[in-house]
Design a protein around this ligand. Structure first.
Ligand code: NAD
Length: 275
C-alpha cells in the first residue's frame, strides 16, 4: 500500500460512492483527510467510518463545490487542523442526460457547474497554496464518458471531456512553473455507486435505434439504472467496478509511488474502452 503518512487530503463528494471510498483509502494509507460534501449527514457518516479506524485523522465539512468563495475556507479549515494540504481529489459530480433536442440550457449549465467549473476552482485553489507549501497531487475524477461520446449523455460527456483536457493543461502549467504539483485524471467505467439510482439519466430516449443500447440503459425505476445490468452488457470483465477499486488508483496517484506521473488519463473500466 502507498504510504501517505504526513500528507493532508481534501476529498469532495465524500459523502457517497467513490468519494467516500477515497476518504477511507487515503486515511488507510496514512493521510489526514478533510472530507466534504453538499450532503452534511452523508459526509458526517463518512467521517465517522474513517474515525472508527483512524481516530482523529479525519474532519468533515459541508461544501457545495460550485460555491467559489467557499473553496478558500475549506482549504483554510483543513490547514488549520491538519497542516498544509498536499492532495486534492476533485470527485464531486452528478449524472444527467437526455436527448439534445429536448435538453435545456439550465440543466446543461448546472451540470457544467458541478462537474467542470468546480474542478477548475478547486484546482486553482490547490495550485495557489501547494506551490508555496512543497507541492502535491491533484486528482480529478472524469469518466470513460470524457474519452468517448455516448448518445443521451452530451452534457455529461462534455463536462468530463473538459475535466480531461483541463487536467492536462494544469499538469503542464504546474510542470513548467516548477510548482512540484502533479495533476492527473481518473476515468472510471461502470462503478457500482448510488449515482445510478439518483441520476436522471434518461439515455434510452436518445438511443431508440439500437437494441443493444436499449438493453444497456433499460431502466429499473423511474430515474434509476442498474449498474450490474449495464456492466454485464458493456464491460468485458462482466461486472461493475467497486468504489474501492477506484479509490486504490486514486491513492496510488496521490502517493510518491506515482512521482513521475502527471498530465495523464487513468482508465479504470474492466476493459470497456479496450475495444
Ligand atoms: P455518488 O452519487 O455516489 O456520489 C457523488 C457525491 O457528490 C454525493 O455524495 C453528492 O452529494 C456529491 N455532490 C453532488 N453535487 C455536489 C455539489 N454541488 N457539491 C458537493 N458535493 C456534491 O456518485 P459516484 O459514482 O461516487 O461519483 C463520483 C464521481 O465519479 C463523479 O464525478 C462521477 O461523475 C464520477 N464517475 C462515476 C462513475 C460511476 O459509474 N459511478 C463512472 C464514471 C465517473
Amino acid at each position: 500500500m502507498p504510504d501517505l503518512s504526513g500528507q493532508v487530503a481534501i476529498v469532495t463528494g465524500a459523502g457517497s460512492g467513490i468519494g467516500r471510498a477515497c476518504a477511507i483509502a487515503l486515511a488507510d494509507a496514512g493521510a489526514r483527510v478533510h472530507a466534504t460534501d453538499i450532503d452534511g449527514p452523508a459526509v458526517e457518516e463518512t467521517a465517522r467510518m474513517v474515525d472508527q479506524a483512524h481516530d482523529g485523522q479525519v474532519t468533515f465539512a459541508v461544501q457545495d463545490v460550485t460555491d467559489e468563495a467557499l473553496w478558500s475556507d475549506i482549504f483554510s479549515e483543513a490547514e488549520s487542523v491538519h497542516g498544509p494540504v498536499s492532495i486534492l481529489v476533485n470527485n464531486a459530480g452528478i449524472g444527467d442526460g437526455g436527448p439534445i433536442v429536448e435538453y435545456d440550457l439550465e440543466r446543461w449549465r448546472r451540470l457544467m457547474a458541478i462537474n467542470l467549473d468546480s474542478v477548475f476552482i478547486g484546482t486553482r485553489e490547490a495550485m495557489r497554496r501547494m506551490k508555496d507549501t512543497g507541492g502535491g497531487s491533484i486528482i480529478n475524477i472524469s469518466s470513460v464518458a470524457g474519452l468517448r461520446g455516448a448518445p443521451g449523455a452530451s452534457a455529461y460527456c462534455a463536462s468530463k471531456g473538459g475535466v480531461r483536457l483541463f487536467t492536462k493543461a494544469a499538469a503542464l502549467e504546474c510542470a513548467s512553473m516548477g510548482y512540484g504539483i502533479r495533476v492527473n485524471s481518473v476515468h472510471p467505467g461502470i462503478i457500482d455507486t448510488p449515482i445510478w439510482t439518483k441520476s436522471i439519466v434518461d439515455m434510452a430516449q436518445a438511443t431508440q435505434d439500437s437494441e443493444e443500447a436499449q438493453a444497456l440503459f433499460s431502466q429499473t425505476g423511474a430515474n434509476a439504472m442498474d449498474p450490474e445490468l449495464i456492466a454485464q452488457n458493456v464491460t468485458p470483465m462482466g461486472r461493475p467496478g467497486r468504489a474501492g477499486e477506484v479509490a486504490d488508483l486514486v491513492t496510488f496517484l496521490a502517493s510518491d509511488d506515482a512521482s513521475y506521473i502527471s498530465g495523464q488519463e487513468h482508465v479504470i473500466d474492466g476493459a470497456m474502452t479496450a475495444r
